[in-house]
Design a protein around this ligand. Structure first.
Ligand code: NAD
Length: 240
């Protein structure tokens, strides 16, 4: 065990209310690209920048193009949880972790067995008709070659928070409360550039905080303890 893992293990051992705050980097080891890495979605060549494509106005004005991009890059059929997702579920099960707060929309924390998950940006797994509210699964929505529609004629929208849309109040309040009550905060796999989510870590008042990220972030100076590396590889070395 190297020094960083030993230090992380010690922090986890002495903590009782750990909160995990993660982003797209948590799922790259499951084969889902993040946004800002060299092989991330932002580096791909598109007619419009990805922030524009996954915005509310683009969804309304160019629904077909939105779905072409979305089905190809944000829907990940067959992706399975990785070691990070499973370790967090295990930490919750043994009573050490109180919540996972994620910016991801892939549903992999829940698939790994985590129960108290705050999906700040929603989930691709939930979809609803904008006219009558009927629910649809992601296979139906992303399997359509055209704009997905309900039998009532309404357009189906993923329950995902697009740029220009607000986060869900109940989810935000639950996540902030969990952070405020935590005695340890693990931040991982996020560039900490997407607001308001990135600002949530300011609510932490506890003792132990760690950033586990492959690359440097704009907020590195806020963290006394940083481990640069792959979150799945790192958390797999931790004993719950
Ligand atoms: P980001 O792409 O801006 O940053 C990802 C960060 O994770 C980078 O700093 C990178 O160095 C790091 N990283 C990549 N792989 C890693 C690994 N294995 N271990 C540790 N660190 C790793 O992602 P973000 O900050 O989450 O913000 C982007 C937005 O993109 C979020 O709002 C999210 O909703 C959305 N998104 C979600 C998914 C998903 O659901 N899986 C995928 C792409 C984008």
């Amino acid at each position: 065990m190297n020094n960083n893992i030993e230090k992380l293990q010690k922090m986890i051992d002495e903590s009782e209310k750990i909160v995990f705050f993660g982003g797209a980097g948590v799922s790259t080891e499951s084969g889902i690209p993040d946004f800002r890495s060299a092989d991330g979605i932002y580096m791909m060549d598109y007619k419009y920048p990805p922030e524009k494509i996954i915005s509310h106005s683009f969804f309304v004005e160019h629904t077909k193009e939105f779905y072409e991009f979305y089905s190809k890059h944000l829907y990940a059929p067959g992706a399975k949880p990785n070691a990070a997702h499973y370790k967090l579920a295990e930490l919750e099960k043994v009573g050490k972790l109180s919540a996972v707060i994620t910016q991801n929309i892939d549903g992999l924390h829940t698939a790994a067995g985590s129960r108290n998950v705050y999906e700040l940006h929603g989930s691709t797994l939930r979809n609803y008709c904008m006219k009558c509210g009927k629910s649809f699964d992601v296979e139906y929505v992303c399997g359509c070659n055209d704009i997905p529609r309900c039998s009532c004629g309404g357009i189906i929208k993923p329950d995902v928070v697009l740029y220009e849309e607000s986060l869900n109040d109940t989810t935000v309040n639950g996540a902030l409360k969990a952070i405020e009550n935590a005695d340890m905060l693990i931040v991982a796999g996020t560039s900490l550039t997407v607001y308001p989510a990135a600002g949530f870590i300011r609510y932490f008042k506890g003792k132990n905080v760690v950033l586990i990220n492959r690359d440097a972030t704009e907020m590195d100076e806020r963290f006394g303890f940083i481990i640069h590396g792959k979150v799945g590889e790192i958390l797999s070395q931790i004993k719950a």
